[in-house]
Design a protein around this ligand. Sequence first.
Ligand code: NAP
Length: 265
Amino acid sequence: MAGAQQNTGRLQGKVALLTGAASGIGKATALRFAEEGAKVALSDIEPEKGAALVAEMTAAGHDAFYQDLDVTNPQEWQQVVDAVSHRWGKLDILVNSAGIGRAKGLLDMTYDFWQNTMRINMDGTFLGTQAAVDRMKDGDGGSIINISSVLGISGMTNLTAYCASKGAVRLFSKAAAIECAEKGYKVRVNSVHPGYIETPMVMRRFDKIATNDREAEETRLKQSHPLGRLGKATEIADMILYLASDEAAFVTGAEFVIDGGYLAR
Ligand code: NAP
């Protein structure tokens, strides 16, 4: 049946922590992980949405909890990682999905705006990776999946801060992967590069456009992908699931583009 997901226990017994898990790609991934048998810790700065998602997952028989985590806060990272260890005794998977994608022209951008984008998208990924590697390195190892973007590989007008932050996530992931491997930590680190995906982040962009221009912008954005549509969060979740699972045991330091052909042109 088209689109149906089969639970084959690909993450059975594994413990996962996700950031930005109350919305979009993080939410779709949390649900997919749970379907595949993982215990899932959800974190975000959206407690109501997080609680609603946990209620949905618990009702479906999954083991999950939510804790607030502003990814720019090192203390909160420690608290969340401690909470995961306290509850389940280990951490196998971290998905750094929290992010912002605000547009601003190069000459209109304040230094604050620039720093805020870098802090959430880049520093948040660094802090999470550091906290998780520290926890994973002495056990059975683990898998860290950092969500970059096609805009971490190619540039775009009015998105210099976003592109810079996502390009940094891409190379940070490769360097961290090499360091973990060379130091014998058994932690794999990879980056995922989605094209434009139908999530609140992208829908908010349309909301700002006057109704009569909205359709044209939506068409333009769809046509920037050779497949002629935007992606679905579940399509990104499936790639993240692969990287989180033992099927990807020989995969580290690599970048995975899921973009309907956006970068192929
Ligand atoms: P989303 O639906 O907006 O979800 C992102 C979540 O992160 C939101 O719940 C957001 O909360 C949260 N967040 C923002 N700042 C945070 C912080 N400081 N600490 C913790 N959480 C924070 O976006 P998405 O589309 O799923 O994006 C997920 C990731 O994919 C992002 O890194 C994004 O850059 C990347 N990505 C997305 C696309 C796309 O087309 N959607 C394409 C390429 C890459 P608020 O809602 O309160 O801000």
